[in-house]
Design a protein around this ligand. Structure first.
Ligand code: NDP
Length: 296
């Protein structure tokens, strides 16, 4: 059996962790809100740890899935943190959509203690997570990946080496910036069409058979906006954080990205207006409110 510790049983973390509760994995979980960990072990084969340090004390592999790299740092260094007991030879797979500089600094710190690190953010959302079919973009050494491949394969389907540590985070941030651009641009276009008297269902039927289509026009807006269902699968606050990572990366590299910058501003505004708990697709509400239309 491979001893695995999982830290962070959130919307997607809990679905990823569920794939590690079967042979050959022996899973220990920790979650900041204990009731969430207790709920998880009520229906899965796993043990609840008392702290991050307790969770990782015997682990060969540790998986973290937290909002951002800030929280990964916190569970490493904070009280009862993982650094107190991570064993030499262990590997930390960080499935957080993190930021490249922090991942590189964590990798360097852990490397000094004989612990390996790869950043391994995921995409595909909660549907792919449930099916064990996430896309995983990882950054790090191939020799390290080979040692933990079976863990990643338990929840990933398309598993791609993005480059050195931090490259997975960079790729994920840019992907999500594109997602954000598509949500807002599609909603803007539909707001125009609603005002022009075109039924948005008809508009999407045409757009989805034409060159303006995207995952937003094909799936997110028909399933979540037109229906007014707005299910929460991925918090708007997390997507706002991802666009921020992409913007900082662009600035650091001296790449001009006015469209991503404007999208970042719009998502900050949406987050301020709608709060921390709503789904990312609810960002369309700022366009609806500003223009006095409902896309339905
Ligand atoms: P959630 O917000 O649902 O869950 C966050 C998790 O982090 C919870 O377990 C939460 O614990 C824990 N946490 C938050 N703050 C702290 C802290 N200070 N110390 C310790 N634990 C903390 O996030 P998701 O599961 O949706 O996302 C996790 C990561 O995966 C993010 O980086 C996100 O961008 C990425 N992602 C999410 C996708 C999705 O569809 N949801 C898709 C692809 C990537 P508590 O229960 O106590 O709040």
């Amino acid at each position: 059996m491979m001893k695995v510790a999982f830290i962070g049983l959130g919307d997607i973390g809990s679905l990823i962790a569920a794939h590690l509760t079967r042979d050959p994995f022996d899973l220990t979980v920790w979650n900041r809100t204990v009731s969430r960990a207790e709920k998880f072990v009520a229906s899965h084969r796993a043990r609840v740890a008392a702290s991050p340090s307790d969770a990782v004390k015997d682990a060969q592999v540790v998986v973290t899935c937290l909002p951002s790299s800030v929280e990964v740092e916190a569970v490493l260094h904070g009280e009862g943190g993982m650094l107190q007991s991570l064993k030499k030879g262990a590997v930390l797979i960080d499935c957080t959509s993190g930021d490249p500089p922090t991942s590189r600094s964590i990798a360097a710190e852990l490397g000094g203690r004989g612990v390996e690190f790869i950043d391994a953010p995921v995409s595909g959302g909660t549907t792919a997570a449930k099916a064990g079919a996430l896309t995983v973009m990882w950054g790090g050494e191939i020799t390290v990946f080979e040692r933990v491949k079976s863990v990643i394969e338990a929840f990933g389907k398309k598993i791609i080496h993005a480059g050195p540590v931090g490259a997975g985070d960079a790729l994920k941030a840019v992907n999500n910036a594109l997602l954000a651009v598509h949500i807002l641009s599609t909603a803007e276009g539909l707001a125009v069409l609603v005002k022009a008297g075109v039924d948005p269902k008809v508009a999407l039927d045409v757009i989805n058979a034409s060159s303006g289509r995207s995952n937003s026009s094909e799936n997110l807006i028909p399933q979540r906006v037109l229906t007014r269902a707005f299910p929460r699968t991925f918090r708007l606050a997390l997507l706002d954080k991802d666009i921020g990572i992409a913007s900082v990366l662009a600035d650091d590299l001296g790449v001009k990205t006015p469209i991503i910058s404007l999208t970042a501003e719009r998502f900050h505004a949406a987050r301020e207006m709608l709060g921390e708990d709503v789904d990312h697709v609810e960002a369309v509400r700022i366009i609806e409110q500003e223009n006095g239309v409902e896309i339905k």
